[in-house]
Every structure is written in C-alpha cells, then in structure tokens.
Design a protein around this ligand. Sequence first.
Ligand SMILES: [Zn+2]
Length: 97
Amino acid sequence: MTDHLGAAAQEQSRLDGNALAGPLRELFAVDVTVAAGRCAHCGQIGPVAGLLVYAQAPGLVARCPGCEEVVLRIVRGPDCAWLDLTGATSLRIPLAP
Ligand SMILES: [Zn+2]
C-alpha cells in the first residue's frame, strides 16, 4: 500500500523533458571542450579537448585516448544535430559560481 502511495506521489511530482530546458541551456552554452569526461569503456577521465577526433565519418567521431573506443559522435544536419554520448558515463562541466 505504501509502495502504491509512494509511486503515486512520485508520478505527481514527475515533470516532462521541458524541465531540462534551463539546465541544459546553461550546460551547452559553455565551451564543453574544457569539461572532464569519463570514458564508459575504460573509465579514463580527461578533458573533452583531449579526445581523438576523426572527421572522415559523416560527422565527427571522438575516441578515448586511453582505449580508443568511441566516446561521442556529432552529426550536423541541415536543420538539426545529433549528439551521441553513449561512450561517456559523465561530463563534469565547470561553471561560474
Ligand atoms: Zn577509454
């Protein structure tokens, strides 16, 4: 019973993805190359600027300098972009206090 009530309360406080607009706008308005990323494959942490970037693909493919697995991919279309961060478990983005 309490689980059901807890689930109902959780559902009532749930927001849709529009709640991410402000925080994501702040994150992606900065130079992300200074962010520290963690490779999902080997766990190495390093600046995004230190990734090995290949531009021969349709878009940019960034690989980990430690294990050479794909960390992120960016494909720019005529009216949108795709950002694949599957190979990164986190990005630590420095922000002004
Ligand atoms: Zn790695």
